[in-house]
Ligand binder design. Structure first.
Ligand code: ADP
Ligand code: MG
Ligand code: MG
Length: 368
């Protein structure tokens, strides 16, 4: 008998699972929530997840967002041919009292989904085909939600991709220089200061009404797409905790940032960190092809800026944390956050160096 079974059995029993519970075991490779796989004697499998409340301060809001978005997606997909709803969309499992979450004695929030079997989630982009297929899913996600009123969603994490606000935080930390590291990272600081005007490129267009407010996923790493184990086709976008109002460029951008690179996010040897144009191209093809006519040309062109800004913003957050004494991101070695900042800045530099080529790639996929 595994160690998870006994303490979590009572808890799991609050959900409307078919059959009696056989096992409860940790599963997946998530870094935020605690994810368990429940099996029952009726041959059913379920995901049971504890929400990370140090990140999500308002779990009820998160669950309300998820319920709203999933019911919209379900209504949309139901009307389409050849859709296997329980494989292509997360399905919440409710509790005996009819809620989509259960609060345990310690105040922890638990929720459950049908387990989508026979799938893989990749931590590293394995090839252009899988990346394109995941891009298509993220694009479809945008397309299906293009008639959803994003303003009714709660802000899961306030100012998550508000790059100007992140820049302000960086400047404040730089000025305070609490652990005296600023002098040693002058080059990286100058890299950011030189891009001051870029910081508000997207938010200005949102405020001016040039870019529409959309439902954004905000954690578009490819390991948040389940891929069919046989066909290697992307099936389902998961990990909906960070859904909130935002710009499509954020979702496009973050997946380029984390995926279209030859090196790990914390690779100390920058000669190993290069922006991979072929991956960018396949992602752009999948994503833009899927959103189709739902995006105008302005919005499609904003995707490239999203790729640059999400990378710049992420690097800025790493550098800010380095200046601040490593309080936010977990570090496993000296200067870990600095190494991370440097990889992101290297990617930004690469994108800038081939900006015209990347622009031409995006333009190629616009459907007229
Ligand atoms: P985190 O925010 O911690 O990344 P996720 O919701 O992404 O949490 O779940 C972590 C992992 O658990 C996923 O990467 C995936 O491998 C697995 N997983 C989550 N939900 C499902 C599901 N419905 N079916 C199958 N596997 C799932
Ligand atoms: Mg995840
Ligand atoms: Mg998550």
């Amino acid at each position: 008998e595994n160690i998870w079974t006994l303490p979590y059995l009572t808890l799991a029993n609050h959900f409307k699972f078919e059959g009696d519970i056989l096992t409860v075991n940790p599963t997946g490779n998530g870094h935020i929530n605690d994810t368990l796989l429940v099996t029952t004697d009726a041959g059913k499998k379920y995901i049971l997840q504890r929400l990370n409340q140090s990140i999500f301060k308002e779990p009820k809001n998160i669950m309300e967002n998820i319920e709203n978005v999933l019911s919209h997606l379900k209504a949309k997909l139901e009307g389409m041919p050849n859709v296997d709803l329980e494989r292509e969309l997360l399905t919440l499992v409710y509790t005996d009292s009819g809620d989509c979450y259960y609060i345990d004695k310690t105040g922890d929030f638990w929720r459950s989904y049908l387990y989508i079997d026979h799938t893989i989630s990749y931590d590293i982009v394995p090839n252009t085909e899988v990346y394109r297929s995941c891009a298509k899913k993220f694009g479809e996600f945008q397309k299906l939600l293009s008639d959803f009123d994003a303003s009714i969603l709660h802000e899961a994490i306030p100012n998550f991709h508000n790059t100007p606000v992140r820049f302000e935080t960086f400047l404040k930390t730089l000025e305070a220089d609490p652990v005296g590291r600023a002098a040693s990272v002058k080059e990286e600081i100058d890299f950011l200061l030189a891009r001051k005007e870029d910081m508000h490129a997207l938010t200005d267009k949102l405020e001016a009404g040039i870019l529409p407010l959309r439902v954004t996923h905000n954690d578009t790493k490819i390991n948040n797409v389940l891929v069919d184990a046989d066909s290697k086709e992307a099936l389902c976008v998961i990990d909906l905790d960070t859904i909130m109002p935002g710009l499509a460029a954020y979702d496009f951008g973050d997946c380029i940032r984390s995926g279209a690179t030859s090196g790990a996010e914390d690779e100390p040897d920058l000669t190993k960190v290069n922006f991979v144009t072929e991956l960018f191209e396949s992602f752009a093809e999948g994503f833009i092809g899927a959103v189709g006519q739902n995006f105008d040309e302005e919005e499609i062109m904003s995707l490239l800026m999203g790729a640059k800004l999400m990378t710049l913003e992420c690097g800025m957050r790493f550098l800010t944390d380095h200046l601040d004494g490593d309080n936010y991101f977990k570090i496993h070695r000296e200067n870990h956050n600095l190494d991370r900042a440097r990889t992101q800045f290297k990617l930004v530099q690469d994108m800038e160096n081939q900006w015209d080529e990347l622009t031409a790639i995006i333009k190629k996929f616009i459907v007229k």
